[in-house]
Design a binder for this molecule. Structure first.
Ligand SMILES: C[S@@+](CC[C@H](N)C(=O)[O-])C[C@H]1O[C@@H](n2cnc3c(N)ncnc32)[C@H](O)[C@@H]1O
Length: 275
């Protein structure tokens, strides 16, 4: 008996494909303990989209408070309707700001997170520097800025990468069937380091979404980012990478500070920049 494919909202498919707030919270806790020896209580999620990390943050401790900053009204409205209500009264501790991260004003926080490479939308050095400066200014003493980046030869290729995502339930409890996440790099300009990528969702059990998301970014290097963070005042910038499991022929899931790293075909790195 065949079942008709179901329509699942692209935000649900996106979260299931690329976000793991448990991993993020664990990493942020380790970074902030290392920076200040204290538990961080306040977080600003920049480019917050569905603001899943902001919600997970307040959910993780009754003393925690979060700000989410995004300039896209429909996405924030979706978060207000489908994510914040899951927190009940605790939703009061999540503040969503419909603003540009370059100019958003929030109280000083212990952590600012800019994940899934979103800051790469800033292609000019001066613009990225002014973003990093505003992050620095909005952090408390010994506060931590967490951001991620990707690289390796495959990052500069025109290529498609597919990942099977198993069936599950989203933050709200909405079930989704298994599907395929496709990361599609359609161009890379060697002169400007500009990269164009799309996310597609496919599979027999869902109504496919072609170009669910499109990103026009500049592929920044770790050294460029580290130099800029240092220039705006961050005292230390440390890279966290997963190790390589020879037997399983995949990464080992152990994010650790690694000062030297083989330029594997493709890698993802998290930076912890401490004020
Ligand atoms: C890739 S999503 C990030 C979602 C989620 N935070 C994550 O970690 O996966 C990027 C988001 O950045 C937002 N965005 C892009 N430029 C922005 C800017 N200058 N200021 C605030 N938000 C911005 C978009 O509206 C979009 O929702």
């Amino acid at each position: 008996m065949s079942t008709d494919p179901v329509a699942i909202h692209k935000h649900i498919l996106y979260e299931a494909s690329v976000q793991d707030t448990e991993v993020d919270l664990d990493l942020i806790d380790r970074m902030t303990q290392r920076a200040s020896g204290k538990q961080a209580l306040t977080l600003r999620e920049d480019f917050s989209g569905t603001s899943l990390l902001a919600c997970a943050w307040v959910d993780s401790d009754p003393e925690r408070e979060a700000w989410g900053v995004d300039l896209h009204t429909p996405t924030l409205n979706w978060a207000r309707k489908h994510r914040l209500p899951m927190l009940g009264d605790d939703a009061e501790r999540v503040h969503l700001l419909e603003e540009n991260v370059l100019t958003a004003q929030t109280p000083q926080v212990d952590v600012v997170a800019a994940l899934n490479f979103s800051y790469m939308i800033f292609k000019q050095r001066s613009l990225l520097k002014s973003y990093f400066q505003s992050v620095y200014d909005s952090l408390t003493e010994k506060g931590v800025f967490v951001l991620d980046l990707f690289g390796g030869p495959h990052a500069q290729d025109v290529m498609k990468e597919k990942k099977r995502v198993p069936a599950g339930v989203d933050y709200k409890g909405t079930p989704y069937p298994d599907f395929t996440y496709v990361w599609d790099q359609t161009s890379f300009n060697a002169v400007t380091q500009e990269i164009c990528c799309h996310i597609h969702f496919k599979g027999k059990k869902i109504i496919p979404i072609e170009k669910a998301f499109t990103y026009e970014w500049r592929l920044w290097s770790i050294t460029e980012i580290t130099d800029l963070l240092t220039e705006v005042g961050f005292v230390t910038v440390e890279p966290y990478f997963e190790g390589w499991d020879d037997e399983a022929e995949t990464t080992d899931g152990q994010l650790k500070i690694r000062k030297k790293y083989e330029n594997m075909l493709a890698w993802i790195c998290y930076l912890s920049a401490v004020k």
